[in-house]
Design a protein around this ligand. Structure first.
Ligand code: HEM
Length: 441
C-alpha cells in the first residue's frame, strides 16, 4: 500500500481484496465503511474507487488530464490493443477519432433526422410487438434488446437485424460482456503468467473482429464515395481523405472504433429502457398523461440546449482527493451510481420521482449530479443518440399504452444485476391501450 494511499480492506496475496466485495453489489458496502475515496486490490494491482459528486467531478473534470487515461494489461485493453475509442489512451489519436465519431453521429453523414427516422422505425416494431400481446403478461427483455441493437446496427453497419445477422452480431456482444466481467477477466488481470497461453475465450474476440472485417469489405464493394449510408461509409470516406498518412485513422483503428460503438450502444440503452419500464409500471401515477404532456414539452425544449458538464466548477469541497496520494498509473474507478442517489444532491435521492428534475415552477432542470453518462473528456460519446432513443421510445409507449405490473408478479426487485452495464432482473409486464380521451394518438 503506497504511503498515504486511500484506506480500504486488507488485501490477501494473489486474490487482493476480492473476498471483501459483495458480488451482488460490490461497491456499496465499502463506501459505508471507508468513505468517498477508498482503495481495493484487484489481485496485486491497486485500485482507487471514487464515490460522490464532488470527488468524482474533481477527478473527471477538474483533474481531467490526470484521470482520463485507460488501464493497460487488462483483458479488454489487450484485445483492443488500446486502439479505437473506449480503451484508447488519452492522447491525440483518441481525441481525433472521438471528434470524428461525434461529428459523424451528430452532424455529418448522419444528422438528427437520420437518427430520428431509424429510432422511430424501430419504435414502430416495438409497438407492433406490444400490441400483439396487449392485456397479457410478456417478457419485454428481448424486444428492447433487439430494438437497441437494431438501432446501433443501422447507424454503424446500415443493416437491420434479420435472424441471421442477429445471431452473428448480438450473441458475441453478450458473450463479450460476460467475459469482461466474469472469472476469466479476473484471472487474466491478476495472473500475468497466463496471458500468453492460447486461452479459449480469445476465440470470441477474434470471431467478433473477423465479422467486422467482413462487413467493412462488403461496404468497400458497394459504397458510393461521398454518399455515406452509415458510419462505416463515413469512416471509409475519411480514410480516402487522409490516405496512409494519419496513423490515428488506420483500418485497425477503424475496426476497434466500430466494435466500440456497437458494443457501447447496445446493452446500455436497452437496459436503461427496461429499468424505466420497471419503475414506471410500479409508479403508475407518473405515467399519467397530464404530467407527461406538460413535462414532455419542457424536456423537448431542453433537449436541444442541454450542455454537458465541462470545465472546472470548483467549490471548497472539491478537495476530497487531495488528502490522499494516488500514484500515477493507479487504476481509478469512478462509481457514478453513488452520485445518482447521493444525499444532498437530490430532492429525493432514494426515490424514483420526476420531482428530482423539476424546479419550483415545475420546469425541467438538469441537476449537476446527473452523471449517468459520466463527465469530462471521456464522457459518453453516444449521449445524444442515447437520449434521443430513450425519449422517442418512452414517449411513444407512454402515449399509446398504460404500462401495468401484472397482478401475480409479486414485489418488484429493483436491484440490478451488476455487470458492465447494470441489468434489471427479468420481469413481466402488461400493456393496455390508452383510450383516446386519455390523450392517446
Ligand atoms: C443509456 C445509454 C448509455 C449510457 C448510460 C452510457 C454511459 C456511458 C458512460 C458512463 C461512459 C464513460 C465510461 C468511462 O468512463 O469509461 C460512456 C462512454 C462511451 N459511450 Fe456511452 N452510454 C450510453 C449509450 C451509448 C451509445 C448509444 C453509444 C454509441 C453510439 C455510446 C458510446 C460510448 C463510447 C464510444 C464511449 C467511450 C468514450 C471515450 O472513451 O472517449 N454510449 N458511456
Amino acid at each position: 500500500r503506497p504511503k498515504n494511499f486511500p484506506p480500504g480492506p486488507t488485501p490477501l496475496p494473489i486474490f487482493g481484496t476480492i473476498f471483501s466485495l459483495n458480488l451482488q453489489n460490490p461497491l456499496k458496502d465499502l463506501e459505508r465503511c471507508y468513505g468517498n475515496v477508498y482503495s481495493l486490490f484487484i489481485g496485486s494491482t491497486p485500485a482507487v474507487v471514487i464515490n460522490g459528486f464532488h470527488a468524482t467531478k474533481e477527478a473527471l473534470v477538474t483533474k481531467a488530464a490526470d484521470f482520463s487515461g485507460r488501464p493497460h494489461y487488462t483483458l479488454i485493453s489487450d484485445f483492443t490493443k488500446s486502439k479505437g475509442l473506449i480503451m484508447a489512451d488519452y492522447g491525440p489519436g483518441w481525441r481525433a477519432r472521438r471528434r470524428f465519431s461525434l461529428l459523424t453521429l451528430r452532424n455529418f453523414g448522419m444528422g438528427k433526422q437520420f437518427m430520428e427516422d431509424r429510432i422511430l422505425g424501430e419504435t414502430h416494431y416495438i409497438v407492433e410487438q406490444l400490441e400483439k400481446s396487449a392485456g397479457n403478461p410478456l417478457c419485454p427483455e428481448s424486444i428492447f434488446h433487439n430494438a437497441a441493437a437494431n438501432i446501433i446496427c443501422q447507424v454503424v453497419f446500415g443493416r437491420r437485424n434479420d435472424d441471421e445477422f442477429i445471431k452473428l452480431m448480438i450473441h458475441p456482444v453478450t458473450e463479450m460482456s460476460n467475459l469482461i466481467t466474469g472469472p476469466w477477466a479476473v484471472l487474466y488481470d491478476s495472473a500475468p503468467m497466463i496471458r500468453h497461453l492460447p486461452l479459449p475465450f480469445m476465440r470470441v474476440f477474434k470471431y467478433y473482429e473477423n465479422l467486422v472485417k467482413d462487413l467493412i469489405n462488403e461496404h468497400r464493394k458497394t459504397r458510393v464515395p461521398g454518399e455515406p449510408q452509415d458510419f462505416i461509409d463515413c469512416y471509409l470516406d475519411e480514410l480516402d481523405k487522409k490516405g496512409d498518412f494519419d496513423p490515428s485513422f488506420s483500418e485497425e483503428e477503424m475496426i476497434v472504433c466500430i466494435l466500440d460503438l456497437h458494443f457501447a450502444g447496445t446493452d446500455t440503452t436497452s437496459n436503461t429502457l427496461l429499468a424505466a419500464l420497471l419503475y414506471l409500471m410500479n409508479h403508475p401515477h407518473i405515467q399519467g398523461i397530464p404530467f407527461a404532456e406538460k413535462n414532455i414539452k419542457h424536456i423537448t425544449q431542453r433537449m436541444a440546449n442541454t450542455v454537458p458538464l465541462s470545465g472546472p466548477h470548483c467549490t471548497t469541497k472539491d478537495t476530497e482527493l487531495l488528502g490522499y496520494s494516488i500514484p500515477k498509473g493507479t487504476l481509478v474507478i469512478p462509481n457514478l451510481t453513488s452520485v445518482l442517489s447521493e444525499e444532498g444532491q437530490w430532492k429525493f435521492p432514494h426515490e424514483f420521482n420526476p420531482e428530482n428534475f423539476l424546479n419550483d415552477q415545475g420546469e425541467f432542470v438538469k441537476p449537476e449530479a446527473f452523471l449517468p453518462f459520466s463527465a469530462g473528456p471521456r464522457m459518453c460519446l453516444g449521449e445524444g443518440m442515447a437520449r434521443m432513443e430513450l425519449f422517442l421510445v418512452l414517449v411513444t409507449l407512454l402515449r399509446k399504452f398504460k404500462l401495468i405490473w401484472p397482478e401475480d408478479a409479486g414485489q418488484p426487485d429493483y436491484i440490478p444485476t451488476f455487470g458492465i452495464t447494470q441489468t434489471p432482473k427479468p420481469f413481466h409486464m402488461k400493456v393496455q391501450h390508452r383510450a383516446h380521451k386519455d390523450g392517446a394518438y
